[in-house]
Design a protein around this ligand. Structure first.
Ligand code: NDP
Ligand code: 2IT
Length: 464
């Protein structure tokens, strides 16, 4: 297995220490944002040393400051007539290589730090796709769980009544993320269309009858498995007969499971924020179809799986106390596909002790810095989120192109392009890692490759 090295917290260089100190003074309490930036700065220090033009142009200082952050009130009425007030955001991070592009997250944990970390990472991820899209992220602390369709519709209409003035098909193109799927994109698009009297590609992840691209719902999960398959291929292995752990049971987790089955692997687990299921026989296509109906139509909880499929077990997990015991189950490939920091050092060490070969991150920043160091130090094939889950936004960019041209591509055409894009991301990440003397280190490689294109565009376009 390729040797991988990483400097990490504890052995920070003077440059990283000084930079992070100044950044945390300026952004107090924004722990997720600071975590995302530190990871990149560690990767990028050798790039700055080798290319003085980036320091001369203040590229890093400019890249860690979003172009703008929009924050607004979202008022809406529930089915009982009670008024609720939530906070809405859009972080427009960087549009040096294309319109701001990135998802909307509706979850009670949403705050400025989380959206800044997601927006910052999106800039690098979108650059890696090779498509012309800048980075942004948005959302609200609204919790769609347990709300009726009518309540979700009223919330989305109110959210878009404010957001619409800041976005547009050539300006900023939101999409889904946690808590925002096809239903929410529909309500948001309907309100945008009404307010602007226009039908444009202002949101991606639309229904196929109203401008959406085939394969967009599948793209993040499919892409994450394609990335894992590429990493394994590099070592002369394949997904065939691999036992896999998947966390989450939402959009990314569902289509990760489908693609693992397509490639001959076996998925043993799925989860939600309250617990996880373990099915030692594997989640087959019939069981997956049941999960999709449960989560997407009936909007139920994963605990119900064990009633439908005897032989499986369900356990509650308390995620405030550390990572889920899901990661204690022996397997060869892990697909964290729920949320940030879901794999801590203890879970990473357990996965390593149990012989994990590869980790492909469907979620954004699901592994803590300590967990990353354990994976990389142990020679695990570690595919960081901004590379491994870039398939979703890549197909979003294809959807934007289809909308502009008013054409539609077939399922196979989009899937072929997705597979090619994931292969290319894998290759440029490996090439960048080799060029900076950290062969096989996908984390550094993805950060460096994603950075270079945006940084060069910023140099070309002057200090603005
Ligand atoms: P969904 O809302 O469809 O599903 C999210 C899943 O994760 C649910 O099972 C949810 O459980 C679980 N989850 C959410 N928050 C937490 C939490 N704090 N602790 C434990 N479990 C949690 O979202 P997606 O599948 O779209 O997103 C999953 C991850 O993938 C996120 O990190 C997202 O940023 C990332 N991603 C998504 C892309 C996309 O195209 N959708 C693209 C690239 C990355 P519960 O129902 O209990 O909340
Ligand atoms: O994190 C992500 O890349 C997404 N949530 C998808 C963004 C998009 O614009 O498709």
């Amino acid at each position: 297995m390729a040797s991988q090295t990483i400097e990490h917290t504890g052995s920070r260089s003077a440059f990283v220490t000084e930079f992070m100190h100044a950044l945390s003074e300026k952004n107090p309490g924004e722990t997720e944002f600071l975590q995302a930036v530190e990871e990149c700065i560690v990767s990028l220090e050798p790039v700055l040393d080798r290319n003085p033009v980036y320091r001369d142009n203040g590229i890093i200082d400019r890249m860690v400051e979003p172009d703008r952050i929009l924050q607004f009130r979202v008022s809406w009425m529930d089915d009982a007539g009670e008024v609720h007030v939530n906070r809405g955001y859009r972080v427009q991070f960087n549009n040096a290589i294309g319109p701001y592009k990135g998802g909307l997250r509706f979850h009670p944990s949403v705050n400025q730090s989380i959206l800044k970390f997601l927006g910052f990472e999106q800039v690098f991820k979108n650059s890696l796709t090779t498509l012309p899209i800048g980075g942004g992220k948005g959302g609200s602390d609204f919790d769609p769980r347990g709300r009726s369709d009518a309540e979700v519709m009223r919330f989305c209409s109110s959210f878009m009544s404010e957001l619409f003035r800041f976005i547009g098909p050539d300006t900023d193109v939101p999409a889904g993320d946690i808590g925002v799927g096809g239903r929410e994109i529909g309500y948001l698009f309907g309100q945008y269309r009404k307010l602007t009297n226009s039908f444009t590609g202002v949101l991606t992840g639309r229904g196929v009858n109203w401008g959406g691209s085939l394969i967009r719902p599948e793209a993040t999960g499919f892409g994450s498995v394609y990335f894992a398959a590429e990493m394994l291929h590099e070592q002369g292995k394949s997904m065939e007969a691999m036992d896999c752990l998947v966390s989450g049971s939402g959009n990314v987790a569902q289509y990760t499971t489908e693609k693992v089955l397509d490639l001959g692997g076996r998925v043993l687990t799925m989860s939600d924020s309250t617990g996880y299921i373990h099915d030692p026989e594997g989640i087959d296509r019939e069981k997956l179809a049941w999960v999709m109906d449960l989560k997407n139509t009936r909007r139920g909880r994963i605990a119900e799986y064990v009633d439908a499929f005897p032989g499986s077990t369900y356990s509650d997990h308390d995620l405030t106390a550390g990572s889920s015991p899901l990661w204690n189950i022996p397997a060869q490939v892990a697909f964290p596909s729920a949320t940030q920091n879901e794999i801590d050092a203890r879970a990473a060490q357990t996965l390593v002790d149990n012989g994990i070969l590869a980790v492909s991150e469907g979620a954004n920043m699901p592994t803590t810095p300590e967990g990353q160091a354990i994976f990389i130090g142990s020679g695990v094939l570690y595919g960081p989120g901004k590379a491994a889950n870039a398939g979703g936004v890549a197909v979003s960019a294809l959807e934007m192109a289809q909308s502009s041209q008013r054409v539609y591509s077939s399922r196979d055409e989009v899937d072929d392009r997705l597979r090619d894009i994931m292969k290319r991301i894998h290759k440029v990440s490996l090439d960048a890692a080799a060029a900076y003397d950290v062969p096989g280190n996908y984390l550094h490689g993805a950060n460096i490759a994603g950075f270079t294109k945006v940084a060069d565009a910023m140099v070309d376009q002057g200090v603005i």
